[in-house]
Design a protein around this ligand. Structure first.
Ligand SMILES: [Zn+2]
Length: 177
């Protein structure tokens, strides 16, 4: 697991930078980048949480992802093998240094209000939010609780991205904005 900004695909880096800057200038929230790229071993570790050895869900509460290794925007790589994630986890940091809503913390109304403000800002950059999986603009509906997760893939699907990267071509050719 990485939290390095260099492990984001170059397409996503400026978006994340602008998101962080805007959250600070618009609502005074400091966003911390806590995860970018994930290798397939780590993805498998995540995927196994709450599942048995056949991949069947045995404990719904422990499930953290439905993405098998290689099937997450976090897992993308360039042809060279260099990490090139199109997903990132960004969470608000409290002045005292704690992170809001990471892990299993229970969020109260004030913390949720902070997230709401942040999520609307992130959406304005054309990213997909874990707080709006169905992309209907209504955030934090049932099941939309991956509040710190962001993806950037304007107009293309994961399979397309994987194919382009495997050929060593430029992802920008897929972008529809
Ligand atoms: Zn994620």
């Amino acid at each position: 697991m990485s939290r390095k900004v260099e492990h984001l695909h170059p397409l996503m880096r400026p978006i994340v930078a602008a998101f962080i800057a805007t959250a600070w200038t618009r609502v005074g929230v400091r966003l911390k980048l806590i995860e970018t790229w994930r290798d397939n071993t780590k993805q498998r570790e995540h995927w196994m949480k709450g599942r048995d050895e056949h991949g069947r869900i045995i404990n719904k509460k422990r499930v953290v992802t439905h993405k098998r290794p290689g099937d997450s925007w976090h897992n993308l790589q360039l042809k060279s093998g260099a990490p090139a994630s199109l997903a990132a986890h960004l969470v608000p940091e409290l002045p005292g240094g704690g992170l809001i809503g990471y892990g299993n913390s229970q969020l109260g109304k004030p913390e949720l209000a902070i997230y709401r403000a942040v999520v609307y800002i992130g959406l304005s950059f054309g990213m997909r939010s874990g707080a709006d999986w169905d992309e209907d603009g209504k955030i934090m509906e049932h099941g939309e609780d991956d509040l710190g997760h962001w993806e950037y893939h304007p107009g293309f699907h994961l399979a397309e991205a994987k194919a382009v990267l495997a050929k060593g071509d430029d992802l920008a050719s897929l972008v529809i904005t």
